[in-house]
Design a binder for this molecule. Structure first.
Ligand code: GLA
Length: 390
């Protein structure tokens, strides 16, 4: 949607009383390093060229008014008389959660604001539309009310909103890359140190294609939170042994420790641990290979990551597996599920020139197998919030 259209919509909903300010934050695709961020591990995401925009303007009421163009739905968050800690169970909780997570002094600095939201990031596709929404709104609040939040505080605020308020015990990757993403580069994030380094991507005449399964199996119990708990259980059991009493996270283990892990932990927990340890190794190697344009070798790591997520971490599903198997059969360099799993999207490394045909054939095969349309789009590593505002 063009900016002029968005502004018209803003006036239609909130009236003509001055120009709104615009804030935007991108979604992300994780190239490799899945379910490692909450284990103090490594991840290699890119910010993508799809953003969520927040158009905002101060209002004289003690209320934050919200409207989402995509959901055609409004909401209100009253500010006076204490912020409610009650979830409403809908998308406005992401914003309620941000406000709730602010400390008292900063919360008191807020006053009425009208917000219009539009997301280009497909909602529910595993490309972090929620992080893009949170980061756009948090940065609007930070600037409009001069809250003085530093980048990492902003990132953690949004992560907290998800963890403490919405109830999704996610790691830091999505908000972090939405802030620090940069054109043509991936971000190698060390989540233990909350630091990153930029990796210049040499895709050697390949494109990055996302194919969204358009299915979500997350309703089948909160399996994401369950995986996180399993990792905590694994860590606690390992720390009870003399050998690993000082272990601070699963990412501190090396591949040489895996024999001991296998003989110490129940099978499922040993599998989860092995995934984390080996995935961290894959991230390091993939970052080096992608910087050198060694796409074939990097792609093999994508396939290996997918197998591990399917067999050891058990967060894949038939739809994701089908698309990755399709990639294998077609002989493209690499593909894997991306994001939390249980539905959502896959990322494929496709040679330029073949990409449209590949996408068409993948879509047809998927439709024939599941009777569902997959959504495909090309993504390129793009700027995050930091680059928009600097
Ligand atoms: C979701 C979470 C991230 C990360 C991934 C899995 O996207 O928001 O923090 O844990 O799943 O890698």
């Amino acid at each position: 949607m063009q900016l002029t259209e968005l502004k018209e919509k803003f006036t239609e909903i909130y009236g003509a009383d001055g120009e709104p300010n615009i804030y935007r934050a991108p979604g992300r695709v994780n190239l490799i390093g899945e379910h490692t961020d909450y284990n103090d591990g490594l991840v290699l995401p890119i910010a993508i060229d799809l953003t969520t925009r927040a158009l905002v303007r101060r209002n004289p009421k003690e209320t934050i008014r919200l409207y989402s163009i995509d959901l055609e739905e409004g909401g209100r968050i009253p500010l006076g008389g204490g912020i409610s800690s009650k979830k409403s169970g809908c998308w406005t909780d992401y914003i309620g959660g941000i406000i709730f997570s602010l400390d008292k002094e900063k919360r008191n600095a807020l006053s009425g604001l009208d917000i219009l939201l539009h997301s280009e990031v497909p909602i529910g596709s595993g490309l972090s539309s929620s992080a893009a929404l949170e980061m756009a709104v948090a940065s609007a609040l930070n600037t409009e009310f001069e809250l003085g939040l530093e980048p990492l505080e902003l990132i953690r605020l949004c992560q907290n909103a998800e963890n403490e308020f919405v109830g999704a015990n996610t790691g830091i990757m999505d908000q972090y890359v939405s802030y620090f993403g940069r054109e043509n580069t991936a971000l190698l994030i060390d989540t233990a140190r909350t630091s990153h380094r930029y990796v210049n991507l040499d895709l050697a005449s390949h494109e990055l294609l996302v194919i969204d399964t358009t299915v979500s199996h997350t309703h089948e119990g909160n399996k994401y939170n369950q995986r996180r708990e399993e990792c905590e259980d694994a860590l606690n059991l390992l720390k009870k042994t003399d050998k690993l009493v000082h272990l601070s996270s699963l990412s501190d283990l090396s591949p040489e420790d895996l024999g001991y892990v296998n003989s110490t932990l129940p099978e499922i927990l040993a599998n989860r641990t092995r995934h984390v340890v080996e995935e961290n190794q894959r991230v390091k190697r993939a970052a080096a290979l992608l910087a050198e344009g060694k796409i074939g070798k990097a792609g093999e790591l994508f396939f290996a990551s997918h197998r591990s997520l399917r067999d050891l971490y058990e967060v894949s599903c038939p739809e994701l597996d089908f698309l990755v198997n399709f990639a294998r059969k077609q002989g493209i360099p690499g593909a894997r599920m991306t994001g939390g799993g249980f539905g959502g999207s896959t990322i494929h490394i496709v040679p330029e020139g073949d990409s449209d045909t590949y996408l068409k054939e993948a879509g047809e095969a998927y439709l024939a197998e599941f009777g569902i349309e997959a959504e495909g789009f090309f993504v390129s590593p793009s700027n995050g919030l930091k680059e928009f505002t600097s």
